[in-house]
Write a new protein. Structure first.
Length: 411
């Protein structure tokens, strides 16, 4: 092995005519050189080593590459399986699945944690899998962030913070098992809070600029006149728009499109629907709607008079809820483009069906004239006070009503 010329690269070298020997080890040819090169992933240094094999014969080059791979493995200290990051990561993932089954965690949470840990390209297991959790320090996580920036500089701060949360959660399992005493500090990536696009309404804007009323009027005008594939604008789409705006539910498969008749209770004093959201983004919750949803539900009962309690309230003939969600999202996008309402001129962002939920939250803050209890609003909408303050309240102008509420001394 004395013929090997040492060198390293950060994983950016091109590998023309590459022959993969096994994961993390390959040989390849470069222009201008007769000899084969070996490229091998050094788990300890977290980077690729690139060396010339010194051979132009492919069989000899493969043997040299395999010898190098074995020498690196021999030099690596062996970590007992029950001390590895991978061991505790798998315990954590199994724990989440059980919590989802009990309704304590949402499927979305399970997906984000699993994706962060198991992503084959840049996930935590790929980088930390065989590391001894007893030796992990803040500096190791910072090195991972640097590696991540070199490999995928397009990842958002939100994604990086999800990775940070997953890393800490795995180490918390190790701490709870008594293997480590403390979880090392991990830097949080600063996020820029962009306001959520919503449809403006009176008195926030003038009657002429009321895009929410323009949307409702446009849906009525397009009823039976506009379609996308087999899905058309009709009373049911109109009712979905009203329902989301007055119920605060997310227009997703796990919330809006999962609601069945046995999840709906009509209540009085005040007049409202009580909705059971069984597996929403934040897990199980019971949500109260505004009065307008009662009228929507009454129309649904007339639309489907022979319904069963286990039937979905919207588009019950289609059992594939993912198909319904995707189709309505596309149809709604086309409607917005047809009505010239796609782009929100205040934020420069595109409106989507989700903008109706944002509209619902903003309406309660504005139309209540500052009287709404933000804690109750957050609980009912399945979000947090922090989220409402970050993405909604602080971006709304201080209206006359809110100013009066600010200066009030009680009744």
């Amino acid at each position: 092995m004395s013929r090997l010329n040492l060198g390293t690269d950060g994983g950016k070298s091109k590998t023309p005519s590459a022959i993969k020997i096994y994961k993390g080890l390959s040989i390849y040819k470069v222009e201008g050189s007769h000899n084969w090169y070996v490229r091998i992933w050094d788990k300890k240094k977290k980077k690729y080593l690139v060396k010339s094999t010194g051979f132009d014969n492919v069989i000899q080059a493969r043997e040299a590459a395999q010898e190098l791979g074995l020498s690196l493995l021999r030099n690596e200290p062996q970590v007992e399986r029950h001390h590895t990051f991978k061991y505790f990561a798998l315990i954590y993932l199994n724990k989440i699945k059980k919590e989802v089954g009990r309704g304590e965690k949402s499927r979305g949470y399970n997906h984000s944690m699993s994706f962060s840990i198991q992503n084959r390209d840049w996930g935590l297991l790929d980088y930390f899998g065989e590391e001894d959790v007893r030796n992990l320090r803040t500096s190791h996580y910072e090195q991972y962030l640097n590696y991540l920036n070199n490999k995928r500089n397009d990842l958002t701060p939100s994604t990086k913070n999800t990775l940070m949360a997953a890393f800490r959660n795995v180490l918390k399992v190790a701490r709870d098992e008594g293997v480590i005493d403390i979880v090392p500090q991990t830097p949080r990536v600063k996020q820029r809070d962009n306001p959520r696009p919503f449809f403006r309404f009176e008195p926030l804007v003038s009657k002429e600029e009321d895009t929410y009323q323009r949307l409702l009027k446009g849906l009525k005008e397009l009823d039976g006149q506009f379609s996308h594939k087999w899905w058309e604008v009709d009373d049911e789409l109109y009712d979905i728009v009203l329902f989301v705006t007055h119920s605060f539910v997310r227009p997703t498969v796990t919330e809006l499109y999962s609601i069945k008749h046995n999840d709906v209770t009509v209540a009085d004093d005040p007049r409202r629907l009580i909705l059971t959201i069984r597996n929403g983004k934040t897990g199980y919750r019971s949500a109260n709607t505004m009065p307008a949803c009662v009228s929507v539900y009454e129309r649904i009962l007339k639309r489907y008079p022979k319904h069963d309690k286990e039937d979905y309230i919207f588009y019950p003939k289609h059992q594939n809820r993912q198909t319904v969600s995707a189709a309505i999202q596309r149809l709604f996008k086309n409607v917005l483009e047809e009505l010239d309402l796609r782009k929100d001129k205040f934020t420069g962002l595109n409106h989507t069906l989700y903008s109706l939920r944002h509209t619902a939250i903003c309406m309660r803050i504005i139309l209540s004239e500052g009287e709404v209890n933000i804690y109750n609003l957050a609980k009912n909408a399945g979000t947090s006070v922090e989220q409402i303050e970050r993405f909604y309240a602080k971006h709304l102008p201080l209206s006359r009503e809110l100013a009066k509420n600010l200066q009030s001394f009680g009744k």
